[in-house]
Design a binder for this molecule. Structure first.
Ligand code: FES
Length: 137
C-alpha cells in the first residue's frame, strides 16, 4: 500500500513539475503584469502567481537585474525558491534553495552544485515601474 501511495505522489509531483517550462525571450507571447517594483524586496525574492504556476521573482538591486524562475524546488517539490538566498557564482546570478542549499543559475536554470534537473526560468522586463514576466502561453 505504501508503495502505491509513494508512486502516486511521484506521478503527482511529475505533473506539477511539467507545468514549468523555461521560456526564451523570443517565445514570449504574454507579458504578465506582476506587480510594481517596490512590491519586491531589494536583493531578495517574492512569489507571484500566474494561472496555476508559482513564479519566484528576484530583484538583484545591486546589479540592477531581475530574474524569474519556478518557485518549486526540484528536489523535494516544495514551493520555496522565492525565499532562497541570492548571490553570484563566478559571475552567474544564482539562488540557493532554503531547504538544502542546492543552488541554481538564474541565467539558465542549471543546478550549480549537484545533478538535479534544471529549474524553469522566465524573462522579466520592467516598464513604468512595473515588473512583467514573460510566458509562452
Ligand atoms: S528541497 Fe530544495 S534543495 Fe532540497
Amino acid at each position: 500500500m505504501e508503495k502505491i501511495s509513494a508512486f502516486k505522489n511521484y506521478i503527482e509531483m511529475e505533473e506539477v513539475l511539467e507545468k514549468y517550462k523555461t521560456t526564451k525571450l523570443e517565445d514570449v507571447k504574454i507579458w504578465f503584469k506582476a506587480a510594481p517594483i517596490n512590491a519586491f524586496p531589494k536583493d531578495g525574492g517574492a512569489c507571484v502567481k500566474y494561472k496555476n504556476l508559482q513564479i519566484a521573482v528576484f530583484n538583484f538591486k545591486r546589479l540592477n537585474r531581475w530574474y524569474a524562475c519556478q518557485n518549486l524546488s526540484p528536489e523535494k517539490q516544495e514551493m520555496v525558491l522565492s525565499r532562497g538566498m541570492i548571490g553570484d557564482h563566478n559571475g552567474i546570478s544564482k539562488v540557493a534553495c532554503p531547504l538544502h542549499k542546492k543552488t541554481f543559475s538564474l541565467e539558465n536554470g542549471e543546478n550549480l552544485n549537484g545533478d538535479l534537473d534544471p529549474i524553469a526560468i522566465y524573462p522579466v522586463k520592467i516598464e513604468n515601474d512595473y515588473v512583467y514576466i514573460g510566458f509562452a502561453e
